[in-house]
Design a protein around this ligand. Structure first.
Ligand SMILES: [Zn+2]
Ligand SMILES: [Zn+2]
Length: 234
C-alpha cells in the first residue's frame, strides 16, 4: 500500500514544478487527473465498441490471432486523438500513456509481466524513448506488475509499412520481430503499443511470446483504427 501512496506524493510534488496537462488540448489539469473534462466528454471510449477478442470494429475474429484479448482507450480517427498520439510518439511525454493506462487497467484482473512492442536499436537511440515501453511502465505501475525488459527484439528497417496490404504486412513482420530466451512458461503477458491498425505487429509479437511459453497475451493500445477489414489497407 506504500507504493501507490509514494507514487501519488511524487506526482503531487512534480506537479508543482511541471504542471500536469491534458494530452489532447494541453490545458493544465489537476495533478491526479489524466484528461480535462471537456476532452473527456468528446472522446469515444473504444473499449465500449471494439471486440475484446480481436480489437475489430466490427469483430474480425475469423482471423487466427495469437493474442487473447485487446483493450484500447481511443479511436485513432477520433478528433484530437491522432495529433495526441503523434505528440506522444515524438516527445515521450507520459500523460497520454497515463490516460490509456487508467482506461484499459479497469479491464485487467491479473497478469504476470507487462512489456512494449520493441523498437529497433538505431531508432530507439535516435528517438531516445519507445512510447510502447512508456505505456507498458504506466500500466505496470497501476497494476503493480513487473516490466518485462528485452523480451522481444526488432530489427531496424527504413521500409515504410503504410503502403503494404494486410497480408504483405504479416509477412514483413515475421522478419522484423524476434523473441529472446526468456522463459515465460504459463505466464500472462500484457503487450502494449501506441496504435493497432491491421494488428499484424501485435499478432506477430504475441505469437513470439507464446513460443516463449506465455499462456495468455493481453494487448493494450492507446488507439485502434475503426476501419472494417474490407477497408483496411494496412
Ligand atoms: Zn483537454
Ligand atoms: Zn472479434
Amino acid at each position: 500500500m506504500l507504493k501507490p501512496f509514494l507514487k501519488s506524493c511524487k506526482a503531487f510534488l512534480l506537479d508543482i514544478l511541471y504542471p500536469n496537462r491534458c494530452p489532447f488540448c494541453n490545458e493544465i489539469i489537476m495533478w491526479n487527473e489524466t484528461v480535462c473534462g471537456s476532452c473527456a466528454d468528446k472522446l469515444v471510449p473504444a473499449n465500449d465498441k471494439i471486440c475484446h477478442k480481436c480489437g475489430g470494429v466490427p469483430c474480425v475474429c475469423s482471423k487466427n490471432n495469437n493474442f487473447d484479448n485487446v483493450y484500447a482507450a481511443m479511436f485513432f480517427d477520433d478528433e484530437n486523438v491522432s495529433s495526441a498520439i503523434y505528440d506522444f510518439k515524438c516527445t515521450g511525454m507520459s500523460n497520454l500513456a497515463e490516460y490509456t493506462a487508467e482506461t484499459v487497467c479497469k479491464y485487467i484482473d491479473k497478469a504476470d509481466l507487462v512489456t512494449g512492442v520493441p523498437m529497433g536499436k538505431r531508432k530507439l537511440r535516435d528517438r531516445g524513448h519507445n512510447q510502447a515501453d512508456i505505456l507498458a511502465k504506466c500500466i505496470g505501475e497501476r497494476l503493480d506488475i513487473q516490466f518485462g525488459k528485452n523480451l522481444l527484439y526488432k530489427i531496424d528497417s527504413d521500409e515504410e509499412q503504410h503502403h503494404l496490404s494486410e497480408e504483405e504486412r504479416a509477412e514483413r513482420v515475421k522478419d522484423l520481430f524476434h523473441g529472446s530466451d526468456a522463459d515465460l512458461n504459463g505466464k500472462t503477458i500484457i503487450l502494449c503499443d501506441d496504435v493497432m491498425t491491421t494488428g499484424s505487429t501485435v499478432n506477430r509479437c504475441a505469437g513470439l511470446l507464446k513460443e516463449m511459453g506465455a499462456e495468455k497475451v493481453i494487448v493494450c493500445v492507446s488507439a485502434v483504427t475503426r476501419l472494417d477489414k474490407s477497408q483496411r489497407k494496412g
